[in-house]
Design a protein around this ligand. Structure first.
Ligand SMILES: [Zn+2]
Length: 378
């Protein structure tokens, strides 16, 4: 008999203006919060957060953050938490600061809350963090015995974040169903540490359906800096459904290929979801998905603004780095081994090479623009 596991945060709060109630929600889980946020985020929402905490009778203590959730960044947060006696740590900002806060809260033995300022990844809800090197290369997954005690996302803040962040979140969330259905078809475990429940798999599917229906109008809303029902749906799909869906429905090839891509310096500077989208299309090719599904996926993700060619992530079918990407994607312990069939590095290289021509053909046939080469900054 196999064991099935579903994991979820204790409370999820979403809506326009909910950041103003952060203090009220935090006061239920702690008395001495440490808010982790970089300067840019704090400049945008710091006054709202501070007023909310003060109104709830909580002290306002904020610490800055760099770019990546590195082991060193996590350790320095743990030191700050233990020295100053905080009892809840709040990751305020993007996926990296949230992952760092979760990892620090776990190591320090206190509660943690995720307060994303964009719907840019499915990191906020899960009981795991992705740790990167100082250069932004994937280092490891860290798993925790519990999920965040609170996830709070203000859709008015999301509406004012750059559209590219929402595009990335859509890329991350589109992978969820493609990966969850592969895990359900196989015998591997999910990130929650067991076989998927029917619930976990269904949540992944719902995320896909909401995105297919609402992603394009939600992007229109963010470009107009307004909250609409379509944006609310996409924020829920990217943050809650994809979060529950990837953790309890399972990751497979798409995220393993994303992790492999971080090993190629040409991809640095791209968002998590942009790289994940290359992984999702590559997985569809690897599993021999129906041609219509692959073509629909290329058309849809091109319209969303996600890369679906190697060109758009700084690579070509001739890049020598593809071998290293595939080797990293198929490393022992990677989620690609949850696919319902064995996958070798050679198969991954072939599928990666194949997506360039497929996407170029489909885009040409449907009147969509040719890919523009990505050049990593320094
Ligand atoms: Zn992801």
């Amino acid at each position: 008999m196999s064991t099935m596991v579903l994991a979820s945060p204790s409370r999820y709060v979403q809506g326009a203006g909910v950041l103003g109630s952060l203090g009220e929600h935090l006061a239920k889980i702690g008395t001495s919060p440490l808010v982790v946020a970089d300067d840019r985020v704090w400049e945008l929402v710091g006054s709202t957060v501070a007023e909310s905490l003060e109104a709830a009778g909580l002290p306002v203590v904020r610490v800055g953050f760099g770019t990546y959730a590195t082991a060193a960044a996590v350790d320095s947060l743990v030191e700050r938490i233990t020295t100053d006696g905080h009892d809840v740590v709040v990751g305020l900002g993007g996926g990296s600061v949230i992952d760092a806060a979760k990892a620090a809260g776990h190591l320090a033995g206190i509660r943690w809350a995720s307060v994303p300022t964009a719907a840019s990844s499915d990191a906020p809800c899960s009981a795991l963090s992705v740790i990167y090197t100082e250069d932004g290369e994937f280092e490891e997954y860290r798993f925790f015995p519990s999920n965040p005690h609170l996830v709070l996302i203000d859709t008015a803040v999301v509406a004012h974040a750059p559209a590219r962040f929402l595009v990335g979140g859509i890329g991350d969330a589109l992978a969820t169903w493609v990966e969850a259905r592969a895990v359900a078809a196989g015998t591997g475990d999910t990130m929650a540490g067991g076989r998927p429940t029917a619930t976990g798999t269904a949540l992944a599917r719902l995320s896909w359906e909401l995105l297919w229906e609402n992603a394009l109008p939600a992007l229109d809303a963010v470009r107009a800096r307004v909250v609409t029902p379509a944006l609310e749906k996409v924020v829920e799909a990217n943050t809650l459904l994809s979060g529950l869906g990837f953790e309890s429905g399972g990751l497979a090839a798409a995220h393993a290929i994303h992790n492999g891509l971080t090993a190629a310096p040409q991809t640095h500077g791209l968002t998590h979801g942009e790289k994940v989208n290359i992984g999702t299309l590559t997985q569809l090719v690897l599993e021999g998905a129906p041609t219509e599904e692959i073509e629909d996926f290329i058309v849809f993700t091109t319209r969303v603004g996600l890369p679906n060619t190697l060109t758009e992530v700084g690579l070509t079918p001739d890049s020598p780095e593809l071998a290293a990407v595939a080797a990293a994607a198929t490393a022992e312990g990677e989620t690609i081994h949850a696919m319902p069939f064995p996958v070798s590095a050679e198969q991954v290289v072939s599928a990666l090479k194949a997506i360039e021509g497929i996407s170029r053909r489909v885009r040409a046939e449907t009147g969509l623009p040719e890919p523009v080469a990505y050049v990593a900054g320094h």
